[in-house]
Design a protein around this ligand. Structure first.
Ligand code: ATP
Ligand code: MG
Ligand code: MG
Length: 389
C-alpha cells in the first residue's frame, strides 16, 4: 500500500527493510554503496551520497515516510526530507545523538527533570583553555571525540594531564569530551519505540559484553540484570525519549558501576537514534522485533508493549570468524554445527567480504529455560573459538 524509505543501507537498514516488507510495505534505500546489505533487497535503491540533493529528492518522491539506520546521516539532509515527508527520528534528535557534548547535556537536563540517571562526570573540550581547565577529579579518564566515534574508535584512556594533552593532539584537537573513568561492573542498554502520538514502549533490558570495544554478547533473561536496576534503566530511557519528543526507535547504553556501598548504580553512557546491535535478540525472543517497532513508529501504526517469550542470548558474528589462525583465505564458519544446536537462529547480512572487526551477522539463541540458552551459547562460542560467557 505504501513505501517506507530509509537513509543508509547497512545491516540495520536491511533488517528494517525485511520487517517493512513482511508487513506489506515497499521500501526505498538511499546508500552510495552498490552492494549495501539493505540496497540489495530493497524495491528501490537510490545510489547517492547522503547529502546529494537529487538523491534526497528521489527518496522523498518514492517514500511515504522516512527513517534512518545510520546515526551519522547529515542532520540537514533529514531536515530537507522532513520538508516533504514525515521523517522519524527528526533531524534535531539525530543531531544531538551525533555529538557527545550535546548528548551529555541532554542527559543532564533529563536528570534535572527526574530521569533518575546521570552521565559520568565529564567536560567538553573544544579549546586549549578548556583542556587546561579540566578538573582533577575527571582523571583518570577517557577522552572521546565528540563526533563520529563508534566501536571504541576515536577514544583514548588518559591517566594524567600530560597524557590528556598528548591524546588530544593525537585525536587532531577536534572537539572532544573527557569522561571520568568509571568502575564498570557490567553494561546494559534499553531500546524504546515512541510514536508521533507520544506513545512510548520499552523492550526488556539487555546486558552487554564487549570485546576490544565491539559488542560481543547480549544476554536478556532472568538473572542477567537486577530487576530494580532494570526498571530504573527503562524509566530513564523513556524519559530521555519523551524529553526529545523523539519518534522512532532509540537505544540508550548504560554502565552498571560500584555505588561504593557494595551495590550497583546506573550511569547513562550514550544513545543511538536507531535500532541497535544489542536489540537483535528481539527478532527471535520477543513478539515484536525492534525493527517491526521501527516500522510501526515510522508508519504511524499502533505500538504495543513488547513481550519477551523466551530467554535469549545473542552472539555477534564478526569478520574475524572467517579467518582461522594460519589460514590465508576466508573460510566459512561452521554454520551446520551451530544450526544443529537447539534454539539457534542465524542472521547473516549478505556482505560480500569479511574483514576483521566487520559485523557480518549474529546468532540469536532462544530456549525454554535460561540454563538451556546458556548451554547452547556455551557450545556455540566453543564451536566459533570465541571466549566463553
Ligand atoms: P558504540 O560502538 O557503542 O557506539 P562508542 O565508540 O561510541 O561505542 P562508548 O560506548 O562511549 O564508545 O565506549 C565504548 C566502551 O568503552 C563502553 O561500552 C565501555 O565498555 C567503555 N567505556 C566508555 N566510557 C567509559 C567510562 N567513562 N568509564 C569506563 N569505561 C568506559
Ligand atoms: Mg557510540
Ligand atoms: Mg557505546
Amino acid at each position: 500500500p505504501a513505501t517506507l524509505g530509509v537513509m543508509g543501507g547497512g545491516q540495520l537498514g536491511r533488517m528494517f527493510v525485511q520487517a517493512a516488507q513482511a508487513m506489506g510495505y515497499a521500501t526505498a534505500v538511499l546508500d552510495p554503496d552498490a552492494d549495501s546489505p539493505a540496497g540489495l533487497i530493497s524495491h528501490h535503491h537510490i545510489r547517492s551520497a547522503y547529502d546529494d540533493t537529487e538523491g534526497l529528492a528521489r527518496l522523498a518522491a518514492l517514500s511515504d515516510a522516512i527513517t534512518t539506520e545510520f546515526e551519522n546521516v547529515p542532520a540537514p539532509a533529514l531536515a530537507a526530507l522532513a520538508a516533504q515527508r514525515p521523517v522519524a527520528p527528526g533531524a534535531a534528535c539525530v543531531a544531538i545523538a551525533q555529538d557527545r557534548a550535546a548528548e551529555k547535556a541532554h542527559f543532564m537536563r533529563c536528570a534535572a527533570d527526574g530521569s533518575g540517571v546521570r552521565p559520568a562526570p565529564y567536560a567538553a573540550i573544544d579549546t586549549p583553555e578548556q583542556l587546561a581547565a579540566v578538573a582533577d577529579d575527571l582523571l583518570p579518564g577517557i577522552l572521546k571525540t565528540a563526533r563520529l566515534g563508534y566501536d571504541g574508535k576515536g577514544q583514548a584512556r588518559v591517566k594524567d594531564r600530560a597524557e590528556l594533552a598528548a591524546a588530544w593532539d593525537r585525536l587532531g584537537r577536534v572537539p572532544c569530551v573527557l569522561e571520568k573513568l568509571m568502575p564498570l561492573r557490567a553494561e546494559c542498554s534499553v531500546i524504546v519505540a515512541r510514536g508521533a502520538n507520544g506513545d512510548c514502549v520499552s523492550f526488556p533490558v539487555q546486558k552487554n559484553t564487549h570485546h576490544d570495544g565491539i559488542l560481543a554478547v547480549t544476554e536478556v533473561h532472568e538473572g542477567a540484570i537486577e530487576p530494580a536496576l532494570a526498571r530504573r534503566a527503562q524509566a530513564a530511557t523513556i524519559a530521555i525519549a519523551q524529553q526529545l519528543g523523539y519518534v522512532g526507535v532509540l537505544c540508550v547504553e548504560y554502565f552498571l558501576v560500584d555505588d561504593g556501598q557494595g551495590g550497583l548504580d546506573l550511569v547513562v553512557n550514550e544513545m543511538a537514534p536507531r535500532p541497535h546491535n544489542s536489540g537483535h535478540y528481539t527478532q527471535n525472543a520477543c513478539d515484536v522485533s525492534q525493527f517491526e517497532a521501527q516500522v510501526r513508529a515510522v508508519a504511524g501504526l499502533p505500538l504495543r508493549p513488547p513481550v519477551q517469550h523466551s530467554p535469549a542470548i545473542m552472539l555477534n558474528l564478526l569478520g574475524d570468524l572467517w579467518f582461522a589462525p594460519g589460514r590465508e583465505a576466508a573460510v566459512t564458519p561452521p554454520w551446520d554445527a551451530l544450526l544443529a544446536l537447539p534454539g539457534t537462529h542465524l542472521h547473516l547480512y549478505g556482505k560480500a567480504s569479511a574483514r576483521p572487526g566487520r559485523k557480518m551477522g549474529h546468532l540469536n539463541i532462544t530456549g525454554p529455560t535460561v540454563a538451556a540458552v546458556r548451554d547452547t551459547a556455551t557450545k556455540a562460542l566453543a564451536l566459533l573459538g570465541l571466549p566463553p560467557l
